[in-house]
Ligand binder design. Structure first.
Ligand code: AGP
Length: 614
């Protein structure tokens, strides 16, 4: 869960590396570094904290390093060793000739370190990565061949990695390899790029290839050779990246998060486009390859995901059970992988992930795949590792999401579950035509309703201002909006560092109510439908304990003012679609509270967008 970048070509490497790292900042931002081969000497520049600190250091030596046309860079989210300058990548060996950047975890680093230390290697950092630098240096001493040195080193390491390596004595070469961590190689005119993700290279080239696990690429300005771990040459397909650099701009918004929240009506249009054409036409999910007979025969579905994607999955469970009458279990991937799961070829396993690179979810779907389950992946990154594992793929089409706090990708995941649930219900022939048409109509008119919410944010801002000094919040809801409460609370925690917990409203009286007093506001998601009255009573119970009350509601009932101090209204919406409308004010509330508190909204402390370690 770090970002790596490399450049070799005819231009100055330093700016390509720094620009690349800037667009990979979502992957981590506790320290950064670059290694540049200047006049046959590998120079390292590292800094603790945000990338800006590295830029200031680099600027002092700019004149010296600007002439170099080869280098590698790294942005870190600490796993082994604190976020210090010493632990920042690139790492090197005793003689300083090798420089290595790494994303992932070397699981066998302790044994390797002991062995290498006994052979005379002096370790400077607490990182697992430094073992790779020493190991490559030792293999290079034996072979005088950097590609072979990297290949031999990878035979001895276990874990997940994307690695980029340079060596002082091999002036015109970068060697890159991967296992269970993403790596893309960009192809330019007399230049090559390597990076953890597309944004780092897209402004330079749209021509690229994805390395597969255990492949080793050797890059010079004019050549690109790939071998597998057994030294056999490999040819990888060159693809044209369907990305536009403009997607990475804030487009006048103060933060990416605010821009991404405002993009949601278009995200809905994108997700529905081509899949839901008219209310009297069946949903078209051509990417789902599970045959109709199998869908009819399914009696169990498991959904695995983490964080925000897990909350979307919980809404998915509600929809699939409601529309398709199939039992659905939802579980955090990190739990699913450490117990005996009853999964077999008759179980459909759905993995949900914005990035498609979340290690826990990748492991979970691989486990299920081994047991014979059909794997359906719902992801925003059809080019990701998870997508490549999929038997069926539902791409969510939210566009690139830069802010670490997921917003529009959650919206797209929700929409994908509506489409999937209706798609399966149509195959099973369970729902009445009128019911299906009603839901489809509501989906089609959604973007206008969301636009209405986004153009009337004054109440949300006022509520945020009023409540921004509180230290603890409780979010309550029931039924299909229980996951909405969890997601709203997660957004607040992530970007404002305020303690917020989502509870099923009915559970409040079984314990959490003991905490309530005037210092702990309670936010109720009070959407029309089957549980409206129940939540209202639960809210009254909270109010009776002096809690200060906030409501997100589509009700126009004036009497709500007797219970709730802040009422944030959204347009009326069918209960089954209500999470889609309710989540937007919650995202905005979290955003404005964090903004008032002066927090780093797009890059909250301790987090990273893509969690590629278990
Ligand atoms: C969302 O705001 C989070 N930053 C985080 O919970 C995220 O949803 C989680 O890490 C899963 O990521 P994924 O969707 O890329 O798998």
């Amino acid at each position: 869960m770090c970002g790596i970048v490399g450049y070799i070509g005819k231009s100055s490497a330093v700016d390509v590396l720094l620009d690349g790292l800037t667009s990979l900042e979502y992957r981590g931002y506790d320290s950064a570094g670059i290694a540049i081969n200047v006049d046959g000497h590998v120079d390292l520049y590292k800094a603790k904290g945000k990338l800006q600190n590295l830029k200031l250091i680099v600027d002092k030596s700019r004149e010296h390093i600007e002439r170099s046309t080869i280098g590698i860079g790294h942005i870190r989210w600490a796993t082994h060793g604190a976020p210090t300058t010493v632990n920042a990548h690139p790492h090197s060996c005793n003689c300083g000739r090798v420089a290595v950047v790494h994303n992932g975890i070397i699981e066998t680093y302790k044994e390797l370190r002991e062995k290498l230390e006994s052979e005379g290697c002096n370790f400077r950092s607490q990182t697992d990565t430094e073992t790779v630098a020493h190991l490559v240096a030792s293999k290079f001493a034996q072979t005088q061949d950097l590609t072979e040195a990297v290949r031999l080193a990878t035979l001895e390491i276990e874990g997940a990695y994307a690695l980029c390596v340079i060596h002082q004595d091999v002036k015109n070469t970068i060697v890159a390899t991967r296992r269970n961590a993403p790596l893309i190689i960009g192809i330019g005119q007399g230049e090559h790029y390597v990076a953890s993700d597309v944004p780092a290279i897209i402004q330079y080239t749209k021509k690229a290839l994805y390395l597969d696990d255990n492949q080793i690429a050797t890059l010079t300005p004019d050549t690109l050779d790939i071998i597998d771990i057994n030294n056999n040459p490999v040819v990888q397909k060159v693809e044209v990246l369907p990305w536009e650099p403009v997607a990475l701009s804030k487009m006048g918004y103060k933060h990416y998060m605010l821009k991404e929240i405002h993009e949601q009506p278009d995200v809905v249009r994108n997700v529905l486009s081509g899949k839901l054409k008219a209310i009297d036409e069946q949903i078209n999910l051509s990417e789902v390859t599970l045959d109709r007979e199998k869908i009819r025969g399914l009696n169990r579905i498991q959904i695995v995901a983490c964080g925000t994607s897990l909350h979307a999955a919980m809404v998915g469970k509600y929809l699939i059970e409601q529309f398709c009458e199939i039992a659905v279990d939802v579980e955090a991937s990190s739990e699913y992988i450490y117990r005996k799961t009853i999964t077999d070829e008759n179980t459909l396993v759905i993995g949900v992930s914005q990035s498609g690179e979340t290690a826990d979810t990748i492991t979970a779907v691989r486990l299920a795949k081994k047991k014979g389950s059909h794997i359906l992946i719902v992801t925003n990154r059809p080019d990701s590792t998870m997508a490549r594992e999929a038997d069926s793929l539902v791409p969510v089409n939210a566009g690139i999401e830069v802010s670490v706090a997921a917003t529009k990708s959650f919206m797209a995941q929700l929409l994908s579950f509506y489409l999937l649930a209706i798609y399966m219900a149509e195959i099973k022939g369970l729902m009445k035509k009128e019911e299906l048409e009603k839901i489809k109509h509501e989906l089609i008119v959604l973007p206008q309703k969301l636009e209405e919410i986004l153009t009337n944010t004054e109440d949300i801002k006022a509520c945020a201002r009023k409540f921004s000094s509180f230290k603890d919040f409780v979010f309550i809801a029931r039924g299909i909006n229980f996951p909405t409460a969890l997601e709203g609370a997660l957004k607040l925690k992530e970007i404002s560092y305020i303690n917020a917990t989502g509870y099923s409203a009915g559970e409040l009286k079984h314990g959490p109510i003991a905490m309530l007093d005037e210092t702990m506001p309670v936010l109720a998601i009070l959407m029309s439908g089957t549980v409206y009255e129940k939540i209202l009573s639960n809210a009254e119970e909270a109010k009776a304990r002096n809690a200060r009350m906030i409501a997100i509601t589509d009700s126009t009932d004036e009497k709500l003012g007797n219970i709730f101090e802040c009422i944030i209204r959204v347009p009326h919406i069918d209960e089954l679609l209500s999470p889609i409308a309710a989540i937007i004010p919650l995202q905005l509330l979290a955003y404005y509270i964090a903004e008032f508190l002066g927090k780093d909204v797009d890059q909250p402390r301790n987090l990273a967008k893509s969690v590629t370690v278990e």
